[in-house]
Ligand binder design. Structure first.
Ligand code: ATP
Ligand code: MG
Length: 194
């Protein structure tokens, strides 16, 4: 599961656990993006902070792990190349790439989508603003255009976003029950998002 995780929140964790259960996955690897990502329209917390927060958030789940593949990149990292690296590390495994409905909507605008689709099964989960029909339509489109292998998993929408959490912090509101308590403490200790 790739993401900026700025910060990681319960929507990420709930989705990951839901997919792991539905597909009986052995492991979910969280892949925080490095300091170079395409979210340039705003300031992103440093990669080391985002990495540490993900590490804290997943600490008590033996099925969840974290990879520094993208965090340690000195250049932009692209999902198609990250998948190449993951596949080398997990030689005999089938790789699923977990995304939210909003990401499925624009995944064909990422670098080399064909190469992404030929390396993994995409698993897309519900997210507010996207209906099941939207998701199925997009799936059909990507199947036709790229022969993409896409699983759509319907789950109750968890209406939490990092954008909203950052806004709440700026406004001195609580983020309890939206992020893991260890993450809330980390944000406070490091004075992030003020
Ligand atoms: P931002 O608001 O900064 O974009 P975000 O909450 O969307 O943050 P990301 O780090 O961008 O979090 O998301 C990483 C991946 O997790 C994306 O594929 C996204 O679609 C998915 N995701 C994030 N939040 C949820 C959620 N609440 N439910 C389902 N999927 C989610
Ligand atoms: Mg997002």
């Amino acid at each position: 599961m790739g993401g900026t995780f700025d910060p990681p929140h319960l929507g990420h964790l709930i989705s990951a656990q839901f997919v792991a259960d539905e597909l009986n996955l052995d492991e979910v690897i969280f892949l925080p993006t490095g300091n170079f990502s395409y979210k340039d329209s705003r300031e992103t917390a440093e990669a080391r902070h985002r990495y540490d927060m993900v590490e804290l958030a997943i600490a008590d789940n033996p099925k969840f792990s974290i990879s520094d593949i993208e965090v340690k990149e000195k250049e932009y990292s692209y999902t198609c190349f990250t998948l190449e690296k993951i596949r080398k590390l997990y030689d005999n495994s089938h790789i699923y790439f977990i995304i939210g409905a909003d990401s499925l909507d624009y995944i064909d605008r990422w670098k080399n989508p064909q190469h992404i689709f030929e390396q993994c099964t995409i698993v897309a989960v519900s997210r507010k603003g996207f209906s099941q029909e939207d998701l199925n339509e997009k799936r059909e489109e990507l199947l036709k255009k790229f022969e993409a292998d896409i699983i759509i998993l319907e789950m109750p929408c968890i209406d939490i976003s990092s954008t909203d959490i950052r806004k709440r912090i700026r406004e001195n509101k609580s983020v309890s029950y939206l992020v893991d308590s260890s993450v809330a403490k980390y944000i406070e200790d490091n004075n992030l998002y003020k």
